[in-house]
Design a protein around this ligand. Structure first.
Ligand code: CIZ
Ligand code: SF4
Length: 311
């Protein structure tokens, strides 16, 4: 009991210090939807990677504390090179983004020289520099549909997102063997079991899930789309097939509704590396900075801008 009370006082103390230092540093704190509740609570803005990058590009703040994984902070740095982007834990990477290198992609491009090259936002800046256009899970279908005149389409690195987009657009995609180790932990049996427990519930899943899971869903959505769907649907219960951090936000924004994780295993360890203490240290020392070299930045910016023109 005493340790719990002391723990709470300590957290309040950390939160107060963060708020004070944030003003002094002219900083804004951005948290991805998969972050720990204590991080979401202290953040100025929560959202998916694109929403957060757009906020980063618009803010007057000089320092952006990016609570997410490395490629997201890089994307923010690509969009706003005059701001200092820092990560509270620089080791928070995305295994899916690390599954493809720029050299891998150059090899695929050589094999398909006429293909348009589409890459998921979950890629490094070096890989983005090789793309024609970027996409997110919110707009992947629209981006592919924008290239109806193209015979060949390369779509990297997530093979499951590629499978979903291919089924939705009717286009054959040249894909890569990447995947999200967290989303593939959600199994079709999990969805079936939760449906038995909650027969009235709607099922929403992320397109990074296994195709057999996607096939059982009522809606296949990115986290920003999940937020909207949860607000707008008449359903009072929703089974959620994505990284479980999103459920904290869904519950907070929709107090009259119930949300059930499809699987307790869907936890991304990288997303959970950031804590309030690390945010405080990052603000104290103004590090670790994420900066993309100017040559890569100029090339990586183009596919992001092209995506923003399409959607
Ligand atoms: O784009 C993002 O933020 C990711 C990786 C997931 C999502 O659907 O929000
Ligand atoms: Fe990468 Fe998957 Fe973690 Fe998202 S949930 S950061 S795609 S490993």
């Amino acid at each position: 009991m005493l340790t719990r009370v002391l723990g709470r006082i300590f957290k309040q103390d950390v939160a107060t210090k963060i708020k004070r230092l944030k003003k002094k540093r002219n900083a804004v704190i951005l948290a991805h939807n998969y972050q720990l509740p204590e991080v979401q609570d202290i953040a100025d803005y929560r959202g998916d990677s694109l929403e957060l990058s757009r906020i980063a590009a618009k803010t007057d703040a000089k320092v952006i504390v990016f609570c997410g994984v490395h490629f997201m902070a890089e994307t923010a740095s690509i969009l706003c090179p005059d701001k200092k982007v820092i990560m509270p834990d620089i080791n928070a990477g995305c295994p899916m983004a690390n599954m493809i290198t720029a050299a891998d992609l150059r090899r695929i491009k050589k094999e398909h020289p006429k293909a348009v090259v589409i890459g998921y936002v979950n890629t490094s800046a070096e890989v983005k520099a090789e793309l024609d256009v970027c996409c997110t899970s919110t707009n992947a279908v629209a981006v592919v549909n924008a290239f109806k005149d193209k015979e060949e389409i390369i779509f990297v690195p997530d093979k499951y997102l590629a499978d979903y987009v291919s089924k939705r657009t009717g286009r054959k995609l040249i894909s890569w063997n990447g995947f999200c180790p967290t989303h593939i932990k959600i199994l079709p049996e999990d969805i079936k079991r939760e449906k038995r427990f909650h027969p009235q519930a709607k099922v929403m899943v992320h397109p990074e899930c296994l195709p057999a899971v996607v096939a059982l869903a009522d809606a296949v959505l990115s986290t920003s789309q999940m937020s909207r769907f949860a607000k707008e649907t008449d359903a009072k219960e929703i089974i959620v097939g994505t990284e479980n951090g999103v459920i904290y936000r869904l519950k907070k924004d929709n107090p009259g509704k119930e949300f059930y994780p499809a699987s307790e295993a869907a936890v991304c360890p990288n997303m959970k590396r950031t804590t309030q203490e690390k945010i405080l240290w990052a603000l104290e020392e103004l590090k670790d900075e994420v900066r993309v070299s100017e040559t890569i930045r100029a090339r990586a910016r183009k596919p992001i801008d092209r995506m923003l023109e399409i959607i």
